[in-house]
Design a protein around this ligand. Sequence first.
Ligand SMILES: Cc1ncc(COP(=O)(O)O)c(C=O)c1O
Length: 400
Amino acid sequence: MDFLSATLARVKPSPTIAVTNKAAELKAAGRDIIALGAGEPDFDTPQNIKDAAVKAIAEGKTKYTVVDGIPELKKAVCAKFKRDNGLEYTPAQVSVSTGGKQVLYNALMATLNEGDEVVIPAPFWVSYPDMVLLAGGTPVIAEASIQTGYKLTADQLEAAITPKTKWLIFNSPSNPTGAGYSWDELKELTDVLMRHPHVWVLTDDMYEHLAYDDFEFCTPAQVEPRLYDRTLTVNGVSKAYAMTGWRIGYAAGPEELTKAMRKVQSQSTSNPCSISQWAAVEALNGTQDFLAPNNETFVRRRDLVVKMLNEVDGINCPVPEGAFYVYPSIAGLIGKTSAAGTVIADDEAFATALLEETGVAVVFGAAFGLSPNFRVSYATADEALLEACTRIKTFCDGLR
Ligand SMILES: Cc1ncc(COP(=O)(O)O)c(C=O)c1O
């Protein structure tokens, strides 16, 4: 349709949202569906955070606020960066938006010109390349492999950088793989960046607190302080605090950049929800005690899913360090035919046949830039995971 913009024609709708919608549709039609597509914890928002929101409503904190975050929240964000990451930021360096998604979008809109390249390691969170395209830039995909636990190597990063590179988007622990970079692994990447002073780092630390076993989270500006002046450190309350619906994300970085991001936001959505901002103040300043038990639950579910999937012939599922996803390879299943006669030509065919024939909804790997794989979100009840993995095994065992 000529009426729609050429920019929009370059992007595709979010495939993860599409899978979630398709699963919901089938469920509404009466099918027995187990949805492992959504990227959100099944826990409820902690009570102290809900109480803070109710209090904000009662106190009439229901009006427009300053565009990029109330002072109380910016102060809480600065304290969080200091406490958790050893990073010093002033409130003027902080920007608060309607979810981490808007933070990333603002940053790209504020900085990209036509021809600017953004290096995105694959597998990547689905929105990165399309946001870059929407902002007029060019995504450059640097593929990591299962052999390195889906982590980019220094050589792979070096090869992806050109004189036109503006940003590296970095995400650890990762959506969709759950892979987390150790200090040493990240240092190898920051060493590469030190050789390319024109490249900035957009680090998406959304899954910081969802880190398991002996994995210790670290972030680029902490590992290489000399990158501080060209790093935007992005985080949010959606995942760790089970607040996906509240829509609060934040970032800190050079003031000139956060000021530019504020300008984008001031002409699009203005302030994030006032009530959610007060809830986020409590999330960051209040007790963090629920994180450990939540993580115990996630580890138990991760171990269950990894074990069951690795028992399936043709599936190889690495053990991730964090987040609530696993990203198994199905290289051993490509070319086979399902009991209902579907040829598993690629991972999209696999996910479609799995949903139609067994009612298990997963997201196919091509959506995340590395195939043949699929992503399972294990942020759901143990019984549902057990049943889903049993169905996946029966489906795969039935392939000929
Ligand atoms: C890696 C990553 N970054 C950012 C986001 C966006 O988070 P929010 O819900 O706060 O917009 C998500 C959500 O799925 C994510 O997985």
